[in-house]
Design a protein around this ligand. Sequence first.
Ligand code: URA
Length: 431
Amino acid sequence: MRAVDIIIKKRDRGELTREEIEFFIQGFVSGDVPDYQASSFAMAVLINGMTPRETTDLTLAMAHSGQMLDLSDVVDLAVDKHSSGGVGDKTSLTVLPTVAACGLPVGKMSGRGLGFSGGTLDKLESIPGYRVDLSIAEFKKQLKEKGIVLTGQSLDLAPADGKLYALRDVTGTVPSIPLIASSIMCKKIAAGAQAIVLDVKTGLGAFMETLDEARVLASLMVDIGRLAGREVVALLSDMNQPLGFAVGNSLEAIEAIETLKGGGPQDFREHCLHVCAHLLVLGKCAKDLAESRVQAEKAIADGSAFEKFRVLVQAQGGDVSFVDDTSKFTRAKFIQVIESPENGSISQIQARSVGEASVILGGGRAKKSDQIDHAVGIMIHHKVGDRVRKGEPLFTIHANDESRLAEVKEMVLGAHSFREGHVAPLPLFYD
Ligand code: URA
């Protein structure tokens, strides 16, 4: 077999065999298939697509390109969750401790933010000392002893995806349903998850802007998981406006901690409880969603979810005094409250623009090697459907570079649209 023939076959809309896909992925990881051929392959897939069978074969080839984690000696049932990425999405920080407090051990390998979309690791690193580079042995030990782990993706797992994702990011080949589905699922499968809750975001601040696209991606991932012998539930959730109020790393960590303490924004709390409920049912801790929801609510109300987060932070070397007293998080130098320019109901808060504004402040990366500023970001003060009066605080900018304030103010003001009369709030979940 030759890599070029496989690229030509896909270019000409052929259906690749499992052997061809495995040959290509193995060659890519070993270095026999150079980056330019892999980029060309990714573009051919983006343009011509893949059948569900091809996508499953690609997923399994990438999952088997490195170590396959087996957690059966550590937990009875390995559960995992994954969000397809969005703005203000700090869900893992709240959901993991909550389900762990309900008796469901959970270990997760998360990613960093890229572009407008934030990443769990960057949020966690706003807690001084928190380690996100646990080895696989440390991961297993902590999962067994503490029942909770939240760390970075091990380089030994699914290395084909790490290499391919880096190329896709710079060759315009990210927004391809088969490539996204295989990229997400290969990591979950390699990390040993037996039951997975997928939080597939849809809207202006998500990779999948329309509900139809999100539904195709979600059902493809569910099918891949099932074919690989895993139990998978996909939720279609809204990403037209930021989730919660906070966008920016330490601001989001604080919001997640406040939610664990029983406060936090109503939409974010509700979103987390729903994800927790599904995880607890998949993890066989409850017979149905009504029972699991009560368990999750109780874990937040009685302080055990918050206590589990303290355990997690301590186990991974973080300074737990920041969790106990969130006023210790470093604050940005310039905090500017922007007032509403008009009376009316908020009809849109363009999540992507708010995420991009946070990147301009230094809260995200334009390229993987960029350093980020944990303290900066934006607090929105309203959600779609809220009525606001002219002069009322609309959002607050947290900046360390004063020269960025004017640009960010314009961007986030432009992200808000107003309308006369009633506007219905956005749903949290579509399906
Ligand atoms: N998240 C991933 O892990 N991979 C993608 O391709 C897109 C989002």
